[in-house]
Design a protein around this ligand. Structure first.
Ligand SMILES: [Zn+2]
Length: 726
C-alpha cells in the first residue's frame, strides 16, 4: 500500500447537490492484508458532548499468530488509562512512531504475551475538531474533520482514533454506546437494542461481518421506523426536517424490495438514513450519513437525494463495498457495480426508457469531457475518486462495462453472477477476476477477452459513421463505419429511419478493425413503387456502447468550456457592484486550478480568444467581450441589456432574473461561448452554485433558484448519416 494509513483516513471529496449528476461518497479502501492482530472489539463507550470527551473500555479478542506486537492508534488527546491482558495483568506499552500517521493521532505499541487471547484497553479524553466546510468548482467539497464530539453533533470515524485502531485489521465488533439524551448515537452493523436509562441513551450494536473501520454519528434526532423485507428502516432526522421521514422511508422501502428481489437478502438487519450537521454523503454498513443541506433539498428546488443516484446508491453499497469488500490495490470494482445497479438499472427496469438512454449517453459525454485521452487510464487501475477523471473512469466507464457485459451474457446469467459473487465473497474480499469467474460460470462462456478489453485498456471506443461515403446504389445504401485506433471489438446497433422518423431497418454490426460497412435497403419504398424520401442512418442511437464524444458532438455546456485546456474566462474590469459580484466567480474558478486563462475584458481581443472556448462573465454593458461576441449568437436566442434580457424571444425583466447559457461558436464548431448574465447584482447572489449545472446548455434562475433548463443541439452528429432519396 502506498500509505499504510489509507484505511484510517477520511478523504472527504464528494459531490453534493449536483443536480442530475452522480451523487458520490467517500468509500473506505479495504485491505486484504491479514497480519493484524485484532479480531474483535467489545467496546463500551460513553460520550460527553458538552466537554467533547469519550471514556471507554475496549475488550479486544486477538488472533492467534506469530506476530505479538500490537500497534494501535488513538486520538492524540485521548489517554490510555490501562492496558491489561486477559488475566487482568498490566501490560507495558509505549508510544510508537510512523511517518504516515496523521497529526491528530497517537500511536502505541505493546508486546502481547504469547498466551494472551485478549486484552483490555481503558482510555479516555477529548476529540474535538470542528468541521470545516470547503467548496470547489463544480461540487461542494464536504465538511472535513478529523473527528468531533460536540453539542452540535458527534462524528467519529476510524481515522479519528475513537477506538484502538490497528492498521489492516478487519475485526467484528459489539458496541455499547452511551450519550446524554436527547442526543442519540448511530453506528454501523446491526442494532441490537436501544433504551433510555436515567437520561442516557444506551444503544447496543453488533456486526458478525468483519469491517475495517467504524464510524459513528450522534445528534438530536427525530426517529421514525418501519419494517420491510425483514429489515428495520429508520430515519434519524433533525426536528426541522422530520416531515421528510416518510419520503425517505418510502424511497428506501421501494429500493430495498426491488434489489433484494435481484440480489437476495439484505446483509444487515437495518438501514438508516441519518442526517449530519456538516456536509457528507457517506455510505456505511447499515446506514448512510447525509449532510443536512442535501436532506433539506429533498423539499424541492434542487437535487433530490431520494432518487436512485442517492438513497438507492447508498443502499446498494451494503452489498458492494460494505459486505463484499474490495482491496483497492487490486482494483476498485465497487463504484462500478453500485452505480450500474442503482443509478442506472433502476431507470431501465422501471420503464424510464428515455431517462435510461440519457444516462447512457451522459456517461459517454461526461467521460469524454472529464477524462481527456491522457487521463483516461484503465478501469482496473481505478482506486478511488480524487479527481473528475477518476470519477468517470471508476463510476461511468465502470457502470458501462457492466452494461456491456449484461447485454453480452443476458439478464439471467448477469444477475446470477452477481448473486454468486455475494454468496462466495460476502463478508470477505472479491476482485475483478472473482466477478469474471462468476459470470463465466453462469454464462458458460469465456469472458477473458471481454474483461481485458474493458478493464485493461485506457479510454473508450472511438467510432463514427463516415458520412462522406454514404453510398447510394438503389435500392440499397451503404454506410461506412470507421473506428480510430486502438481498435475495439464492438457489436454496434444501427437503425435506418425514414423522413418521418419511422424505422425502416435495424440490426447490429460487428466491428473489430478500422472500418465496416452496413447495407440498408429501402424495400418498403420499392414495394410501393414509390421513391423513398430522405432518411437517416444512425449508429448506436440508443447509446448502448460507450464512446468518445468529440467536442463537435457535445451539446453546448459550461463543463465543456471549463474542461478545455486553455479556455478563456473573461471578467469585467469595471468597479461597479455588478462587476464586483461577478469577480467572486473568478476566485472560485481560480481556486479550482484548471488550465484556464483568466482575462479582464479590457484586454479582450478576437485574437486572444482565437482557438479557445470562452466563458464571458456579464452581458451587455458589463462585459465588453460580450458586446463584441454577442452578435455571433443565433438571432432570437439571447440578447442582453443592463436590466433585462431576452431569451428565445421571451423577455426577462425581473431584477432577480439571471441566465447561464452556452452556445456553439458558429465560427468554430467544437468550441463554445458561455455567458452568465444577471439583471442586477442581487440576481447573481447565489452565483457560485451555477457550477452545479455544468451539463446544461441553458439555465434560467430567479433569485438564484433554477426555473428552467434545457439543451441546445450539438454542432454535428458523427453517428448519423443522411440516406439520400432513392
Ligand atoms: Zn458509491
Amino acid at each position: 500500500m502506498a500509505n499504510r494509513f489509507t484505511g484510517l483516513l477520511i478523504v472527504a471529496a464528494m459531490m453534493l447537490a449536483c443536480a442530475g449528476s452522480a451523487y458520490a461518497e467517500t468509500e473506505f479502501a479495504k485491505s486484504a492484508q491479514s497480519e493484524a492482530l485484532i479480531k474483535h472489539h467489545q467496546l463500551a463507550a460513553s460520550f460527553n458532548p458538552a466537554e467533547h470527551t469519550i471514556s471507554a473500555t475496549d475488550t479486544i479478542t486477538l488472533k492467534p499468530g506469530a506476530k505479538r506486537t500490537l500497534r494501535f492508534a488513538l486520538g492524540k488527546d485521548v489517554k490510555v488509562d490501562s492496558l491489561k491482558d486477559d488475566h487482568g495483568k498490566d501490560l507495558a506499552f509505549k508510544p510508537a512512531e510512523d511517518e504516515d500517521l496523521p497529526e491528530h493521532l497517537a500511536l502505541y505499541e505493546a508486546e502481547v504475551p504469547k498466551t494472551a487471547v485478549g486484552l483490555t484497553i481503558a482510555y479516555g479524553g477529548v476529540i474535538y475538531d470542528p468541521p470545516q466546510e470547503e467548496a470547489t468548482l463544480a461540487h461542494v467539497r464536504g465538511g472535513t474533520t478529523s473527528g468531533v464530539i460536540s453539542e452540535e453533533g458527534i462524528y467519529l470515524d476510524a481515522g479519528s482514533g475513537w477506538y484502538p485502531v490497528e492498521d489492516g485489521a478487519l475485526p467484528t465488533f459489539s458496541f455499547t454506546l452511551s450519550v446524554p439524551e436527547p442526543i442519540a448515537l448511530v453506528t454501523q452493523g446491526d442494532l441490537v437494542s436501544r433504551e433510555a436509562k436515567d437520561g442516557t441513551d444506551v444503544s447496543v450494536w453488533r456486526s458478525r461481518v468483519p469491517q475495517d473501520g467504524f464510524t459513528l454519528a450522534g445528534n438530536k434526532f427525530v426517529v421514525k421506523t418501519r419494517r420491510a423485507e425483514g429489515v428495520t428502516l429508520s430515519t434519524y432526522l433533525f426536528a426541522e426536517d422530520a416531515a421528510l421521514a416518510d419520503k425517505f422511508l418510502d424511497a428506501t422501502e421501494k429500493y430495498l424490495r426491488f434489489y433484494t428481489g435481484i440480489l437476495g437478502d439484505f446483509p444487515y438487519n437495518r438501514f438508516d438514513i441519518v442526517e449530519n450537521f456538516f456536509q457528507t454523503g457517506y455510505g456505511m454498513p447499515g446506514y448512510t450519513l447525509l449532510g443536512d443541506a442535501v436532506v433539506k433539498m429533498v423539499r424541492g428546488g434542487g437535487y433530490d437525494v431520494t432518487e436512485p443516484s442517492g438513497v438507492a446508491h447508498e443502499l446498494m453499497h451494503n452489498w458492494w463495498g460494505n459486505y463484499v469488500f474490495f482491496d483497492a490495490d487490486q482494483g476498485n470494482w465497487c463504484e462500478a457495480i453500485t452505480t450500474y445497479m442503482a443509478n442506472y438499472y433502476w431507470l431501465e427496469s422501471h420503464g424510464q426508457d428515455e431517462e435510461a438512454r440519457q444516462w447512457r449517453k451522459h456517461a459517454s459525454v461526461k467521460f469524454s469531457v472529464n477524462a481527456p485521452p491522457d487521463q483516461a487510464y484503465p478501469l482496473r487501475e481505478f482506486r478511488g475518486k480524487e479527481t473528475e477523471a477518476d470519477g468517470v473512469v471508476g463510476y461511468e466507464k465502470g457502470a458501462m462495462f457492466f452494461h456491456h457485459l449484461r447485454r453480452l451474457i443476458g439478464d439471467k446469467a448477469f444477475f446470477a453472477g452477481l448473486r454468486q459473487v455475494i454468496a462466495e465473497h460476502g463478508a470477505g474480499f472479491a476482485t475483478w477476476d472473482d466477478f469474471r469467474r462468476a459470470f463465466e460460470q453462469q454464462a458458460g462462456t469465456d469472458l477473458g477477452e471481454m474483461f481485458t478489453q474493458w478493464l485493461d485498456r485506457s479510454g473508450v471506443p472511438d467510432f463514427r459513421v463516415d458520412m462522406e461515403t454514404m453510398q447510394e446504389t438503389p435500392p440499397s445504401y451503404i454506410a461506412r463505419l470507421v473506428q480510430q485506433e486502438p481498435y475495439w471489438n464492438l457489436l454496434l446497433d444501427f437503425r435506418a429511419t425514414d423522413e418521418k422518423g419511422a424505422t425502416n431497418a435495424e440490426g447490429h454490426v460487428a466491428m473489430s478493425l478500422g472500418e465496416a460497412w452496413v447495407t440498408v435497403g429501402s424495400e418498403k419504398a420499392d414495394n410501393d413503387g414509390k421513391k423513398a424520401a430522405d432518411g437517416v442512418f444512425s449508429l448506436d442511437p440508443e447509446w448502448n456502447t460507450m464512446r468518445r464524444v468529440p467536442a463537435v458532438a457535445l451539446e453546448p455546456c459550461l463543463n465543456a468550456v471549463l474542461n478545455e485546456e486553455g479556455a478563456v474566462v473573461v471578467y469585467p474590469s469595471g468597479a461597479d457592484e455588478m462587476s464586483t459580484e461577478l469577480l467572486k466567480l473568478v476566485d472560485v474558478i481560480e481556486s479550482a486550478g484548471r488550465g484556464l486563462t483568466l482575462l479582464p475584458d479590457s484586454q479582450f481581443t478576437a485574437e486572444v480568444a482565437e482557438g479557445h472556448s470562452l466563458f464571458i462573465l456579464g452581458g451587455s454593458g458589463v462585459n465588453r467581450a460580450w458586446d463584441q461576441l454577442g452578435g455571433l449568437i443565433p438571432a432570437g436566442t439571447l440578447t442582453t441589456n443592463e436590466k433585462s434580457f431576452s431569451f428565445q424571444r421571451r423577455v426577462f425583466m425581473s431584477p432577480e432574473d439571471s441566465i447561464l447559457a452556452t452556445f456553439v461558436n458558429p465560427q468554430r464548431p467544437g468550441q463554445f461561448i458561455s455567458v452568465y448574465h444577471g439583471n442586477s447584482p442581487a440576481a447573481l447572489a447565489r452565483s457560485r452554485y451555477i457550477f452545479f449545472y455544468g451539463w446544461d446548455s441553458y439555465l434560467l434562475f430567479n433569485a438564484g433558484r433554477l426555473t428552467e433548463r434545457g439543451m441546445f443541439p450539438p454542432a454535428a452528429n458523427p453517428w448519423a448519416g443522411r440516406i439520400p432519396a432513392g
